[in-house]
Ligand binder design. Structure first.
Ligand code: 16G
Length: 168
């Protein structure tokens, strides 16, 4: 993986060379046709979301400028979305009107697991949170994923280690 090629863009992060034939980029409006919701069904229940509903939600997120960085990995050979994670940015009054990041909806397609794509996308979102000025980023995860997130520096506070954070 070429970490140096991951750069912050106006509306997210992008990388042309996360690996041969893969690209990291912000979610696009036509990713409905590239299997984005099918991918999310590898994480949890998605339900029957129509193209119109997807696009309306996409537009609503985009209208909240600088709050939703839905990031995807595309398999350029197949034209499909094979991994995704979202940085959600919450506005605060505390800590001098700080921003707090949340790492959400991390998923790698079952057939692409074991290729470090989870590592790529979690590292990318974590770096992005720092870059956009979040004072910390947090996540919730299942017991089976704790060790994975620990490896990036995410750690539990106050004894609840299914909720983890990194402070910058
Ligand atoms: C996990 C996800 C969370 C997602 C939830 C969906 C990460 C770090 N955590 O907790 O973002 O929203 O699963 O499961 O990706 P649910 O549908 O049962 O809430």
């Amino acid at each position: 993986l070429d970490w140096k090629s991951v750069t912050c863009m106006k509306d997210g992060v992008t990388s042309d060379s996360p690996g041969l034939g893969f690209r990291v980029r912000p979610l696009q409006r036509d990713d409905f046709n590239k299997g984005f919701l099918e991918l999310l069904s590898h994480l949890t229940k998605v339900g029957d979301v129509t193209k119109e509903q997807f696009q309306a939600r996409f537009d609503a997120m985009r209208a909240c400028r600088d709050h939703y960085y839905v990031t995807v990995v595309e398999d350029l050979n197949k034209g499909t979305i094979i991994a995704s994670a979202t940085l959600a940015v919450e506005l605060k009054f505390i800590r001098g009107c700080a921003k707090r990041g949340r790492l959400e909806d991390v998923v790698v397609s079952e057939e692409y697991r074991g290729r470090q794509l989870g590592k790529l996308i979690v590292s990318t979102i974590t770096l992005l949170a720092k870059k956009v000025g979040c004072y910390k980023i947090g996540l919730d995860c299942k017991d089976s994923m704790k060790a994975f997130y620990n490896s990036f520096g995410y750690a539990g506070e106050k004894g609840n280690d299914n909720t983890m954070i990194i402070r910058f």
